[in-house]
Design a protein around this ligand. Sequence first.
Ligand code: PMP
Length: 391
Amino acid sequence: MKGRKLLMIPGPIEFEPDVMQAMAMATTSHVAPDFIEVFGNSLEHMREVWKSPKGQPFIVAGTGTLAMDMAIANLIEKDDNVLVISTGYFGKRFQDILTHYGANTTILEAPVGEVVPLEVIEKELKTKTYKALTITHVDTSTGVLVDPEPIAKLAKKYHVLSILDGVCSVAAETIHQDEWELDIVLTASQKAVGVPPGLALLMASEKAIQVWENRKTPVCNYYANWKNWLPIMKAYEARKPSYFGTPAVNLIVALETSLKIICKEGVQKRIERHQVLANAFRKGLASLHLEILPRSTEIAANSLTAVYYPKEIDGVALRSKIARSNVIIAGGLLSEIKTSYFRVGHMGSVSPNDLIAVLSALERALLALNYPFETGKSLNAFQTELLKFEE
Ligand code: PMP
């Protein structure tokens, strides 16, 4: 289709046609039996994607930030000590939210492109009694992937709640919430879950619910209070009508469709697809001598890649030339280096063809800007890597 744009930013992403079709259905009542079934199914499918048969899912109209706000508002009380493990912009957002609710925060910030070493986290946990720690699984500002499993283990060892921001990771990176004993795993609809923006999705462990039930002070937030939402989630799952705030009916119908697509593909298979494509894409970038933000490929995310502009290339010119090829990528987000890098999302419905389109648009732009390279090299590197995984 002439003029059709390919959206390759790290969320929102390109959505499956079936998901978009589901969005467009005639809106039903939020207490209609068929919608109750859709809502109940969505809650159940979340457990499968999160690998959390014991968890309590929440689906609430809002964005990823609401899911972060909901976790903190319900679990944290004034003067609680909370440890923030940060690999970029969204780690700091957790600190902001925590400060708003009166928590005492300590932030461990990794240098750009790196992760915080486990020894550093453990050393800090020994210094005082922490109530919770926060982890950003994939910080979308840097494309750095953190391994949550050993951090969740440390949290258990020191009796600290673990809160995982999975906005850029759920359904794209490996997560076993119950097995890893993560207390909260939260995300938003518009990323690898594959639904247009507008839903905050959160899974709370049994322990998290108990901690909330035993709070000493009331939750200082009205909309996000689990007191309002827990009975609603339980009712829909029991296939009973219920109301607190009108659910985003069409988005939830789309969510059910997308979660079914994810479960049909198989969660593990889907994660492997993301990994193969991400690695092949980075081989393509490396063949053009482009450098990525993460210090090593082991800590580079499946869901997006953050790439430095070559020194001799003007970033604004490069991005605008790529846009002229109808490929939409994102600029930098981390304030200190915002103008020195760009980001490409590769999650959800992403296919080899999409990444071929990105690499060829990138090569065309580099060619126009007289960057020295061998034309077609990144496509070759990408295809050669993919071939290794073809059955
Ligand atoms: N955390 C991460 C890792 C994110 O990538 C984002 C959004 N880019 C958020 C939180 C906030 O989500 P939202 O924009 O949906 O509020």
